[in-house]
Design a protein around this ligand. Structure first.
Ligand SMILES: Nc1ncnc2c1ncn2[C@@H]1O[C@H](COP(=O)(O)OP(=O)(O)OP(=O)(O)O)[C@@H](O)[C@H]1O
Length: 210
């Protein structure tokens, strides 16, 4: 991996509006590479918009967004965006379709262990038959098991009870270490899972350290 992939992400004077709705107005921020960033703020303030700008899914109206050259990105969105007719395992392995032979066998074993670790059964049911919290865990695993340098997670634990969150994060938290992680949440207690995280707030058109 080239050194650049773990470099910082940054906003420089970013403005973003949707029609008459001004979301960001001259927002500047530097997100240290290889760290977790917990992003909070009122509903509608622009947290998802910030993720989409950092991912390159939206272009800023003003200013610029810098992301490490060559960095591989993975995301979970507020909607699960699973393939409804596929099983949990088929969804999680989608980014790994290129693997063959021993590498494939090794990933499949890891995937099985991952699903069981977060309390999901490995079976033939399509994910459309799973509960909201079960689907959320499938989407989360697909993201964190992806071979990515930076992970973007928009309210990834929504819909899970406390015990399920504990169990899920006991497996997921170690997989986040050393990667650039952007974690949007309304529950600041989730920061306990993200060791050494930097806290951010999106509010009133700006992105600031909390
Ligand atoms: N594609 C779009 N078209 C029009 N308006 C949009 C679009 N995406 C977001 N917005 C508006 O931009 C503002 C910021 O939305 P965003 O989803 O980024 O907020 P958020 O902080 O993630 O909110 P929440 O906490 O409720 O998920 C809102 O007023 C929203 O209605």
């Amino acid at each position: 991996m080239s050194a650049d992939k773990g470099a910082d992400f940054a906003l420089v004077g970013v403005g973003k509006a949707y029609g008459s709705v001004c979301v960001l107005a001259g927002a500047s921020a530097t997100f240290t590479g290889g760290r977790a960033h917990v992003i909070c703020g009122p509903s509608g303030a622009g947290k998802t918009t910030l993720l989409r700008l950092l991912l390159g899914l939206e272009a800023p109206d003003a200013g610029s967004v810098a992301r490490p050259r060559g960095a591989r990105l993975a995301a979970t969105f507020q909607e699960d965006r699973l393939c409804d007719n596929l099983t949990a395992t088929a969804n999680v392995r989608l980014p790994h379709a290129h693997l063959r032979g021993d590498q494939k066998a090794s990933f499949l074993a890891r995937e099985r262990q991952a699903l069981e670790s977060v309390g999901l059964t490995v079976d033939a049911r399509p994910v459309r038959e799973l509960s909201g919290g079960q689907r959320r865990r499938v989407a989360l695993l697909r993201c964190v098991l992806a071979d990515a340098d930076a992970l973007f997670l928009d309210e990834p634990l929504r819909g899970m009870d406390e015990a399920t969150v504990e169990r899920t994060m006991a497996y997921v938290a170690p997989l986040l270490a050393g990667r650039s992680v952007f974690w949007v949440t309304h529950d600041e207690r989730e920061r306990r899972w993200l060791s050494g995280c930097e806290d951010w707030r999106v509010e009133e058109g700006l992105v600031r350290r909390a």
